[in-house]
Design a protein around this ligand. Structure first.
Ligand SMILES: *[C@@H]1O[C@H](CO)[C@@H](O)[C@H](O)[C@H]1NC(C)=O
Ligand SMILES: *[C@@H]1O[C@H](CO)[C@@H](O)[C@H](O)[C@H]1NC(C)=O
Ligand SMILES: *[C@@H]1O[C@H](CO)[C@@H](O)[C@H](O)[C@H]1NC(C)=O
Ligand SMILES: *[C@@H]1O[C@H](CO)[C@@H](O)[C@H](O)[C@H]1NC(C)=O
Length: 726
């Protein structure tokens, strides 16, 4: 029947942008394209002054570098094969963090890096289990003029018993060198350590060994972080300005040439390039004849508004190669036009920046307008979307930056099993793919459609029986449910997860018919047991059910059919919503029927088996223990985890009328009036632990085909729903 796959789709506003475009794109070795590498190094002998990013003021201008700056050479030739000990990583990819030395406490930024590692699944407190070592000595800022510069570093490092000439260590660094050279030397011998460094140049970058970091601000969020600002994908997506820049102009010194020439391109119409000479204490001493005019023009535009209303944004080098602007522009959904010859771009080993940036040549500045005008509308939209993908997946918080750094090394350690670059460069990104689950991409819920494959044709029903104590389990609804499931066309097996403290019935008493029924008694009585990846669950689809749910066979089949079209979402019947409550200054949970929802409860929902793995092994720390101590909110947590990764809402199905009051939460209402309060508390706890609110609202509801149409019963696909309902 033609109507077989037809659903009545009711959607007024589907709050998601479909970024997921997948396609195995081989990286062109972008290195080869950087023809300017062969040219002599720009800026080698220039008079370098203070850096815009760290800005020790110019009064230091005449102070030479002092202290322990012994210009040591790094192991130039280091490769993973020659400098890294793979045997330490054979068991697991674990990261050890040195105990903090009280005499040299880390800066707040570095403290965040260390906290993130210690809170992560990578962390081990046992160095004998570690594959990677991270110093607690703060190496982020190696500018000798900086307050955060740690002195006597060579001496401090040599004292570390586990140092082993830096083998298997990662050293994080944002700033190196100082006036006047801004060298990339850290002031100590990093030995065989992997350098994870911002503003690193091709010539110092040990390909396949070091990792280029983005420069991030002190105020960059530790966890979570805001999404990119792109809200519309209208086509053609031309914005008010074609190209813009608003920033400091160095009148002299390294990085000054480009910025000094920008005024040639400024036309006040579609190209707006604004500079100010006002920075540092003594700008007046150095001001030139253009400064006053430039400064006045500069003040006419707002930085943020300009950036958001521009299609392309110039990202010229600062005193160092990288700048904060790079991440700001990326988040704003403005396509970066990079002018930083020789800069090794952040995470260049895995990110194909040609999909989201224009890499221009500093010395050919005047060609930039022609280059950006030659980008056609579809390419432009694709690049703009890709900026958001990259920002959201790898850069929006320090946590993501640190995890990405570690995952790049983890991929190297896996060698032949590394995730393909297409996974890094498409949605939902490499951080969402845990290869411990599987190294076969179709086993994940994300790639089936793009690989042209369909999900498997059967589901495993997982029924959770959790009543206990004063509420005896009424086995009648359970038996009825098992019976209905056993009649389903698509069921593979029924697993009853028994967390009640009453004695479980024998398997043979459950009316499964020809469908195998298993009873699994959860040993720890935790309500999370239902989401545990049990070896009996072999299908991609898990139909998660409460034992007192009354779903007909038709409703089960319909839910599963819908899920096959949306295998990355939670698809189910009882929906709930959350909202921000100003009076409580917090998030609030509600079961009221509104025009939108953001959660689908797992008492009657289908989800992919991978989410069980994510729930059990990848929940950010503290979340599972909240579920355990409250014996509540496991379904909220599942929705959080799925939405955080997919950035999409769940999908609600139409339920029979009388059904709505009986699902999931009905029993709580009688037993525990604080239930709803508890769930709001959970929401807020989860948000604070994750650093953001991942849930998304949706107005989409899917109805079974011909559900309410006046056609004969025989023609209806889901007849039982009609008979029983309303
Ligand atoms: C410029 O950006 C602001 C803030 O995002 C927005 O309100 C405004 O409508 C934009 N103007 C144009 C012309 O796009
Ligand atoms: C836009 O540019 C891309 C890349 O240069 C090209 O592949 C594509 O065919 C162009 N599209 C149109 C509509 O011209
Ligand atoms: C990946 O899954 C394994 C369990 O299979 C877990 O131990 C590990 O922590 C997970 N990795 C991450 C980065 O979450
Ligand atoms: C819903 O609950 C009410 C009261 O608890 C009960 O009378 C009714 O039979 C239930 N309906 C279903 C479909 O289980």
């Amino acid at each position: 029947m033609q109507a077989k796959k037809r659903y009545l789709l009711l959607f007024s506003c589907c709050a998601f942008l479909s970024f997921g475009y997948f396609g195995y794109r081989h990286f062109k070795s972008h290195r080869q394209n950087k023809w300017y590498q062969h040219l002599s190094h720009y800026s080698e002998d220039l008079d370098l002054v203070h850096d815009e990013d760290i800005s020790p003021s110019p009064r230091f201008r005449n102070r030479r570098t002092t202290g322990d700056h012994d210009n040591t050479v790094t192991f130039k030739g280091c490769t993973m094969e020659s400098c890294f000990d793979f045997t330490l990583c054979e068991k697991d990819f674990k990261v050890y963090v040195y105990p903090i030395d009280d005499n040299a406490s880390p800066s707040s930024s570095y403290m965040k890096v260390l906290n993130i590692i210690q809170d992560s699944n990578y962390y081990t407190s046992d160095p004998s289990q570690a594959c990677i070592f991270v110093l607690s000595l703060d190496t982020l800022d190696r500018d000798t003029l900086s307050k955060e510069y740690v002195r006597n570093m060579p001496h401090r490092i040599q004292r570390l018993p586990l140092w082993n000439n830096g083998q298997n260590h990662i050293i994080f660094n944002l700033y190196s060198g100082t006036f006047p050279e801004y060298t990339e030397d850290l002031g100590f011998d990093v030995g065989k350590a992997i350098l994870a460094k911002a503003s690193i140049s091709h010539e110092n970058f040990r390909m396949g060994f070091d990792i280029s970091l983005p420069l991030f601000h002190k105020t960059h969020p530790e966890r979570g972080g805001d999404d990119g600002y792109l809200e519309s994908n209208k086509f053609p997506g031309t914005k008010k300005y074609l190209l813009s820049f608003k920033g400091k102009r160095y009148v002299y010194g390294i990085g000054s040439e480009t910025r000094n020439s920008l005024y040639h391109l400024h036309n006040e119409r579609d190209i707006v390039l604004l500079t100010t000479c006002k920075h540092g204490d003594s700008w007046k001493e150095y001001k030139d004849e253009r400064c006053d005019h430039d400064n006045a023009e500069y003040d006419r535009y707002d930085y943020e508004v300009l950036m958001r209303n521009s299609t392309f944004c110039l990202v010229p080098r600062g005193r160092r190669l990288g700048s904060f602007r790079f991440l700001e522009v990326l988040q704003a959904g403005c396509i970066p036009v990079l002018l930083a010859n020789g800069w090794e771009l952040p995470f260049s080993e895995v990110i194909d920046w040609s999909q989201s940036t224009i890499q221009a040549d500093e010395r050919l500045l005047l060609q930039v307008p022609d280059i950006v005008r030659s980008i056609n509308a579809s390419q432009m939209l694709q690049m703009r979307q890709q900026t958001q993908l990259m920002w959201n997946q790898y850069f929006s918080s320090i946590q993501k930056i640190v995890h990405s750094t570690l995952e790049i090394v983890a991929d190297r350690v896996r060698r032949h099993r590394a995730r393909p670059l297409s996974v890094w460069n498409s949605s939902p990104g490499a951080l969402a793919i845990n290869y411990s689950f599987s190294d076969y991409l179709p086993h994940f819920p994300f790639y089936l459609t793009s690989l042209g494959m369909t999900s498997c044709t059967r589901y495993t029903a997982v029924i959770s029986v959790s009543h206990g104590g004063s509420n005896p389990v009424h086995t009648t609804p359970l038996y009825k449910l098992v019976k209905n499931i056993a009649r389903s066309k698509y069921v593979e097996r029924i697993v009853v997860v028994w967390t009640s403290n009453q004695v479980a019935p024998t398997e043979s008493r459950l009316p499964g018919g020809s469908i195998p029924v298993h009873i699994v008694v959860a040993t720890d009585n935790s309500i999370s047991a239902r989401h545990h990846p049990h070896s009996l669950v072999t299908t991609d689809a898990v139909f998660s059910l409460d034992e007192d749910v009354s779903l007909t066979t038709d409703e089960l089949d319909f839910a599963f059919t819908v899920w096959r079209t949306f295998p990355d979402r939670i698809v189910g019947y009882p929906a709930r919503s959350h909202h921000w409550d100003d009076s409580k200054s917090g998030w609030s949970y509600t079961s009221r029927w509104t025009n939108s929802y953001s959660l689908v409860l797992t008492g009657a929902a289908v989800y992919h088996r991978y989410w069980q793995h994510v729930y059990t092994y990848q929940s950010p720390s503290g979340l599972l223990s909240t579920v355990k101590t409250t014996s509540n909110c496991d379904d909220i947590l599942m929705n959080f985890l799925v939405s955080a990764i997919t950035r999409r809402p769940p999908i609600k199905l139409t339920q029979r009328k009388q059904y709505k009051d009986n699902v999931s939460e009905a029993r709580w209402i009688w037993t525990d009036p604080s239930h709803f309060h508890q769930r709001s508390v959970c929401l807020n706890t989860f948000v604070s632990l994750m650093g953001h609110m991942p849930l998304r609202h949706s107005n989409l509801r899917l109805d079974p085909v011909l559900f309410k149409d006046k056609v004969s019963m025989q023609r209806k696909k889901y007849r039982q729903i009609e008979k029983i309902g309303s």
